[in-house]
Structure formats: structure tokens, C-alpha cells
Ligand binder design. Structure first.
Ligand code: HEC
Length: 124
């Protein structure tokens, strides 16, 4: 699963940022295909219990669902042929990879960044 996720993410980055000599339709077609794979991988993450924090599944599930949501945003941008929008969704995707990894792959106690909820500031 991680192999699929990694490969799909690299391929999307390549199509967004590098493959400029190719026809736009071809780049968007690859992005559509790879964001579909990313959504499917996010779906499978929901079935997976992260060994480092088997107790923290609620946050984990939220992050996997968030990844699926961002992957479908990416896909829609590619369907519409909107590269600027695809870039924005791509950064959301990357942010979600990192947020989940901090806690569930590398074992931090709390996520350093939260992709969706905003933490209220207590001292202002
Ligand atoms: C919902 C949480 C979550 C999200 C989101 C997530 N991952 Fe992971 N990822 C994990 C966990 C947990 C592991 C460690 C798995 C284990 O220990 O078996 C992992 C491991 C990996 C690994 C290492 C696999 C290995 O064989 O050691 C790669 C590569 C990876 N993720 C890539 C990504 C990429 C790229 C993204 C974003 C597109 C992403 N992941 C999003 C939870 C997540």
C-alpha cells in the first residue's frame, strides 16, 4: 500500500511540476489516474491499524478520510484541466502525509500540524 501511495504521489508531482514538454491532456490524464489510486489507497488505510498508536484510531481515520478528500479534489482539478488548483490540492495531500506520519508512522504523541481543524489560541 505504501508503495502505491508513494509512487502515485511522485508521479503526480512529476506531472504537475516537471513534465512540461508533454501535451497538457496527457499530463492531466496521468494525474487523474494517479489521484484515483491515491483515493483507493486512502480507502485501504481505513482498514489498517497503525501499530504505533493502535488506540488513536479516531484521528487516524480522520486523516485517512482527509487524504481521500484531497485526492478527489486533485482528481477534479485534473478533470477540469486546472493546474493551479491541482497544485493547491497537491500541497494539501503532502501536508496530510506528513501529519499522519508524525504520529502514526514515527510515533510523536501529538500531530504538529492539523490539516482540518484550527486550534484556538488561548492567550489572546
Ligand atoms: C492516515 C495516516 C497516513 C497517511 C494519510 C499517510 N500515511 Fe504513509 N504511513 C502511515 C503509517 C501508519 C505508516 C507505517 C506503516 C507500518 O508501520 O507498517 C506509513 C508508512 C509509509 C511509508 C513507508 C512504508 C515502508 O515500507 O516503510 C511510505 C513510503 C508512506 N507511508 C508514504 C505516504 C505518502 C506519500 C502519503 C501521502 C500521499 C502517506 N504515506 C499518507 C500512515 C499514513
Amino acid at each position: 500500500m505504501a508503495g502505491v501511495v508513494n509512487q502515485a504521489t511522485s508521479e503526480i508531482a512529476y506531472q504537475i511540476f516537471h513534465n512540461r514538454q508533454a501535451a497538457p491532456a496527457e499530463r492531466f490524464e496521468r494525474m487523474i489516474q494517479k489521484s484515483k489510486e491515491l483515493s483507493q489507497a486512502a480507502e485501504r488505510m481505513l482498514e489498517f491499524t497503525p501499530p504505533l498508536h493502535p488506540d488513536r484510531t479516531e484521528d487516524y481515520v480522520e486523516l485517512a478520510v482527509t487524504l481521500r478528500h484531497y485526492a478527489s479534489g486533485l482528481r477534479e482539478s485534473a478533470v477540469e484541466g486546472n493546474l493551479d488548483q491541482a497544485v493547491l490540492w497537491f500541497w494539501h495531500v503532502k501536508n496530510t502525509c506528513m501529519t499522519c506520519h508524525e504520529v502514526y508512522r514515527f510515533g510523536e504523541q501529538e500531530p504538529l500540524r492539523k490539516p482540518l481543524s484550527v486550534t484556538p489560541r488561548s492567550n489572546d
